[in-house]
Write a protein that binds this ligand. Structure first.
Ligand code: BGC
Length: 739
């Protein structure tokens, strides 16, 4: 594409049309979130942008069309982060990229890389971690995967969109140090490592200005400090002034409409917006289009390899499952009979709702996964669940009826009944209502006694849903167990333990829930998160010990919400309808806070058990130019095959700048190691990762830095240190400067 020539040929209105999306309700591919406008006269095609992190979100069924357009539901990002495995995350990205390509989508609106500041953020399932480095490395892998298929990826939401309450306008007050070291750092490193085609500016304000209208953020930081040269778009209907958006550095206003085109045109005519700025923005849009498969003439097949991708979704779900507790209950042998409790075992939740939702061909529930893998389940209990709880909506028949109806409506093109929006809305409302209304405690004592006698082990699934647009709540039924859920766990545990049988809880949840009031009642706890369409198969294989769990927490699991400093200001002030949120905790987010202030969490950052044990030894550390190289050996000294994650934390010396107790600076997940097998591990840490922001430059203060390597942030197995002889300073472009 000869962009210079095109810019000369395009009229001012055409250029403005290029930088304003084509609208939300008129997209050519049903369900994509947006498109750019074509300029047919010059052969400039329109490109399609689609959500979202867990897979492509397009409508699976189209009016009057007999074909289907299902996509794979991959594990949500928090589950991907729990893998600590850049390779598998890249594979997932690549699979999503391939599906995008085959469905004619040019740019994916993912990954989301906001930071888990509080466990209650309603979109945490769409974000990786509380740690910027873990986030950045995994996000970069995801982006590389997507882009290797010729599809662009979008880092979102830039910046400080750590909550849904008031998200369209809340003003975030955060110190520049915390912003640079925690929130921006995730974007900065991900951009450096993976060169994403696009960045999406967030809805909220920062320092009093909408992110989409904030030239400090979009121009000074992103373009000047970081030299980012991809495209910057708005989040959908963000901000309140398109002219300011374009001036501040937005290249593409989404989803866009003719009204916005007129506003920009008017501003140009009045001399409030100059042609040079419009040209610069149109240039970026053209650059994006020129990279797209659409421009390159690729003909999508509408037939992605869903079979293959389901395998990748399965692999990622298994890799991200975290074993929190295990008193010898797991794994179980194949001949055991399992009593399966909890409605989440039947209507297992595959992923969160909102733009991060997906429409796969199927979701394997936990109970179906167990059955499919040949695990015997207690039939009486199964019947009770199917018959007693089901008059309500999640009975398989009702689900099938609902699906058929939906298919009918779509295939026949009968628009009189329901529109897609209503269907989607109903679906999310139904699952919420279901979660709220059905009691888990409905099995009488006698029946429970019989079930316990006739089964070898109990499995209880606790599920929670979460959605874009809402934060989770510190109430029973959300962060806390409902009374009936608690009673179910209590009664089943008492009964099974009275027969010397064990109880396992599966957590099918979007982010942590309260755990300490009930964890001692049960023998094992496995967190499967919202792990996509293959979730039931992943649970079954882990329970059977066909694969050892190897996931690690990408967040700290709190004992009490009140111990989290950020909770004090969440969701902002005034409490009712917050307009402003102060990140008072500064850089002390997640483990940085727990470790520095000596607070004991329920489970620490990086924690996760396995069915085997690992020995860490021979830590050697040396400097190679500006990189710290750490080498060590990890050996499987247990009896099962398994993988371990070596986590490298650095503890800085006391200097002028306040430092957290320790910070994650690198990690490595081993290959599956057989009993007795060992692997030589190498972790490289660019020295600049040690720097702190002093208000104007990045500084590594001189002194002794402890290099700590372990299996979690609180299970440090090996330590050594390196000495930085004199202060090292970098400017905002990371060039060395005088201190
Ligand atoms: C969300 C974005 C999403 C966009 C398009 C917005 O509401 O915040 O994450 O990509 O909608 O669906």
């Amino acid at each position: 594409m000869d962009i210079d020539k095109l810019l000369k040929e395009l009229g001012i209105e055409e250029k403005i049309r290029l930088i304003v999306g084509a609208g939300f309700f008129t997209t050519k591919i049903p369900g994509v979130a947006g498109e750019t406008r074509a300029i047919d006269r010059l052969g400039i095609p329109s490109i399609a942008l689609s959500d979202g992190p867990a897979g492509i979100r397009i409508h699976p069924i189209r009016f009057g069309d007999k074909s289907t357009y299902y996509t794979t539901a991959f594990p949500n990002e928090i589950a991907l982060a729990s893998t600590w495995n850049p390779e598998i995350v890249e594979k997932v990205g690549k699979a999503i990229g391939a599906e995008a390509r085959e469905y004619g989508i040019d740019v994916l609106l993912a990954p989301g890389i906001n930071i888990h500041r509080v466990p209650l953020c309603g979109r945490n399932f769409e974000y990786f971690s509380e740690d910027p480095l873990l986030t950045a490395i995994l996000a970069a892998s995801y982006v590389k995967g997507v882009q290797s298929e010729g599809v662009g990826a979008t880092l979102k939401h830039f910046i400080a969109n750590e909550q849904e309450t008031g998200r369209m306008s809340i003003d975030v007050m955060v110190s520049e140090r915390a912003l640079r070291e925690i929130y921006l750092r995730a974007f900065e490193i991900a951009i450096e490592l993976s060169k994403p085609w696009a960045v999406m500016a967030a809805y909220n304000k920062i320092y009093g200005k909408y992110c989409t209208q904030n030239s400090w953020l979009l121009t000074n930081v992103l373009r000047e400090d970081w030299r980012y040269n991809g495209l910057v778009m708005t989040d959908w209907w963000a901000g309140d002034n398109p002219v300011e958006q374009i001036k501040a550095g937005i290249d593409l206003i989404m989803p866009g409409d003719d009204r916005v085109v007129q506003i920009l045109l008017e501003a140009y005519r009045k001399g409030e917006l100059d042609e040079e700025t419009i040209d610069a923005r149109a240039r970026r849009v053209l650059e994006l289009i020129s990279k797209s498969l659409k421009w390159k003439g690729y003909k999508p097949s509408n037939n992605p390899n869903l079979e293959e991708n389901a395998k990748i979704a399965y692999e990622a779900a298994v890799d991200g499952a975290i074993l929190l507790k295990n008193n010898g209950a797991l794994p179980i042998s194949q001949e055991k009979t399992v009593a399966v409790f909890g409605k989440g075992s039947y209507l297992t939740i595959k992923g969160g709702l909102g733009s991060g939702n997906t429409y796969p061909r199927y979701v394997v529930s936990i109970v179906d996964g167990l059955k499919e893998r040949g695990i015997k389940i207690n039939n009486e209990l199964d019947k009770i669940y199917r018959e007693t709880m089901v008059p309500l909506w999640f009975d398989q028949d009702a689900v099938t009826w609902y699906r058929n109806m939906r298919e009918y409506v779509f295939k026949e093109g009968d628009t009189r009944l329901i529109s897609w929006l209503v269907i989607e809305f109903t679906e999310s409302i139904l699952s919420r209502l279901m979660a709220l209304t059905i009691s888990e405690d409905f099995i009488d004592e006698e029946t429970l006694d019989r079930i316990a006698k006739e089964s070898d082990i109990a499995l209880i699934t606790i599920s929670r849903i979460s959605s874009e647009g809402y934060d989770r709540k510190a109430v029973k039924g959300d962060f806390y167990l409902r009374d009936d859920e608690y009673r179910l766990i209590q009664k089943v545990s008492e009964k099974f333990h009275s027969y010397n049988k064990k109880v396992v809880v599966i957590l099918n949840i979007p982010s942590p829930i309260e755990i300490i009031s009930w964890r001692d009642l049960v023998d094992a706890i496995l967190v499967i998160w919202l792990s996509g369409q293959e979730i039931g198969r992943a649970v079954a294989d882990i329970i059977l010990g066909r694969v050892s769990p190897s996931g690690k927490l990408p967040i700290t699991w709190p004992k009490h919400l009140s111990e989290i400093p950020a909770i004090k200001t969440f969701p902002g002030e005034p409490k009712e309808n917050p307009k402003r949120i102060v990140y008072e905790e500064g850089i002390y987010v997640g483990y940085r806070y727990y470790d520095t202030f000596g607070i004991e969490p329920a489970y620490e950052f990086g924690y996760g058990l396995s069915y085997t044990l690992f020995e860490f030894r021979d830590l050697r550390v040396y400097m190679d130019d500006d990189t710290i190289v750490a080498k060590l050996r990890i050996k499987n000294i247990g009896n099962a095959i398994g993988k371990e994650v070596a986590q490298l934390y650095v503890r800085a010396p006391r200097g002028k700048i306040d430092k957290p107790y320790q910070e994650l600076k690198g990690f490595y997940k081993t290959k599956p190691l057989k009993p007795g097998e060992e692997e030589e591990v190498e972790i490289k840490v660019p020295i600049k990762y040690l720097a702190s922001y002093d208000g104007n430059k990045w500084v590594i203060e001189r002194g002794e830095y402890e290099i700590r390597v372990g299996a979690s942030s609180r299970d440090i197995r090996l330590r050594t240190s390196i000495t930085i002889e004199k202060d090292v300073c970098f400017d905002k472009h990371w060039y060395r400067v005088e201190c």
